[in-house]
Design a protein around this ligand. Structure first.
Ligand code: PLP
Length: 439
């Protein structure tokens, strides 16, 4: 497509190659190959020198992965993307691409548990400090910034709190100081485009809503092409100083003729080359199948979640409902309406009046919902964080992270809404002895 549509429904189908040039195949073929025949020694040398773009080896690039990358980049409004082996790899590489030992990033406290572990333990053990800032107070990001701060990091719609991150506010602070904002947009594909609000980089666990079918683990990093790395050369030595591992390339200079893609090219040719966390072409194919219907599914997830939130709000066994479309705080309401379009996502949390025991009984009583540690599947999923994902945290830390003893997290699927509500209804009655009719 020469002129890309602004509409996600069209973009996910038509961005990137519209057919395979070799066979004419319309569906993206699975290029299950490790390597690619060079046309000549001259071409091979040009490819390695990045004078010419093309395929060398599937750890670095693959035509199936390339089609997925072009589609996700277009969906997010970015200039280029990199598919990697998992959402975790996407988060780690997005930071390692900018940081060396002694550097720091400033991250929101509200994070997926795996990212929390990466930030609180593994990155510090590699010499990268992570300073935590309060998403309720955007200025806390500014206060935590110093000359070695290489990025800000946050999630669009972090659970369990399901409060929308102030993307524009923190991106603006970062831009005034020369610090890019990296947004994990896993929970809000299509309904939020962080790059439109000033973020520089978007990461996804495409394991979740983009894949949708729960068949594959994968991640994508999208380069917004909207951050001037060269204007802050001292802050970004990995992109502005000669790279000894790539015959002295200065990435902001070396790829200038190709567009503002220094960040994503370095992630590919240095970090995928050296760390090797590439995506299998078979998984890329699976993700393309998911992505092509993601806008339809996302609408259903949002609609069903909204109905579930209202059902739970009326239920007498439920103390509180946590849903991005139902916050009472005016600032939270403003953020949700500013940053989410077309729905509030598929995640709903709620607290049972009878606490931990009721939470456990509720999960055990569900008949249709799956009890799994996942989100974004087409099927409805539930988990009781206090007895599972957050059980290693002290009671005080659980509360600080938004997990009360009776908190249940739902990832609402795309089954018929009547069946979703019927399952929740019977499980609430079984767990608490209270029926919806008592309201
Ligand atoms: N980011 C978020 C918001 C997640 O929910 C997850 C996984 O649950 C990840 C990142 C990590 O993704 P993956 O499991 O694909 O490594």
């Amino acid at each position: 497509m020469t002129q890309l549509s602004k509409n996600a429904e069209t973009t996910v189908l038509h961005a990137g190659p519209r057919h395979d040039p070799g066979s004419g195949a319309v569906a993206v073929p699975i290029f299950q190959t490790t390597s690619y025949q060079f046309k000549s020694t001259e071409q091979a040398a040009n490819l390695f020198a990045l004078k010419e773009f093309g395929n060398i080896y599937s750890r670095l690039m693959n035509p199936t992965n390339d089609a997925l990358e072009q589609k996700v980049a277009a969906l997010e409004g970015g200039v280029a993307a990199l598919a990697v082996s998992s959402g975790q790899a996407a988060s780690a590489i997005s930071i390692q691409n900018l940081c060396r030992p002694g550097d720091n990033i400033v991250s929101s406290t509200d994070l997926y548990g795996g990212t929390w572990n990466l930030f609180a333990n593994t990155l510090p053990s590699m010499g990268i400090e992570v300073r935590f800032a309060d998403p309720a107070d955007p200025e806390s990001f500014r206060r935590a910034t110093d000359a070695r701060t290489r990025a800000y990091y946050a999630e669009t719609l972090p659970n369990p709190k399901l409060t929308v991150f102030p993307i524009g506010e923190v991106a603006a602070i970062g831009r005034s100081l020369g610090v890019p904002l990296i947004m994990d947009n896993t929970a809000a594909p299509m309904i939020c485009r962080p790059l439109d609000h000033g973020a520089a980089i978007v990461v996804h666990s495409i394991t979740k809503y983009i894949g949708g079918h729960g068949t594959s683990i994968g991640g994508v990093i999208v380069d917004g092409g909207n951050f001037d790395w060269a204007a802050h050369a001292d802050r970004f030595p990995t992109l502005n100083q000669p790279d000894a591992s790539y015959h002295g390339a200065v990435w902001t200079e070396a790829v200038k003729p190709l567009g503002p893609i220094a960040y994503i090219i370095r992630a590919r040719v240095i970090l995928l080359r050296d760390i090797g966390s590439c995506m299998s072409p078979f998984s890329a194919f699976q993700f393309i199948q998911g992505l092509e219907t993601m806008p339809l599914r996302m609408r259903e997830h949002c609609r069903n979640a909204n109905d579930v939130a209202h059902f739970l709000q009326r239920h007498p066994a439920v103390e509180r409902v946590i849903f991005a479309g139902m916050h009472k705080d005016p600032e939270q309401r403003r953020r949700a309406s500013t940053y989410l379009k077309g729905g509030y996502g598929g995640l709903v949390g709620f607290e049972l009046r009878d606490g931990r025991e009721a939470g456990v009984r509720f999960i055990d009583a569900l008949k249709m919902f799956y009890h799994v540690a996942n989100i974004g599947d087409v099927r409805s999923l539930a988990i009781h964080p206090a007895s599972t994902t957050h059980s290693q945290l002290s009671p005080a830390d659980q509360i600080a992270s938004g997990v009360t003893p009776g908190y249940v997290r739902l990832s609402v699927g795309i089954e018929h809404i009547d069946d979703i509500i019927a399952d929740l209804d019977q499980a609430l009655t079984a767990a608490t002895g209270i029926t919806a009719k008592a309201a």
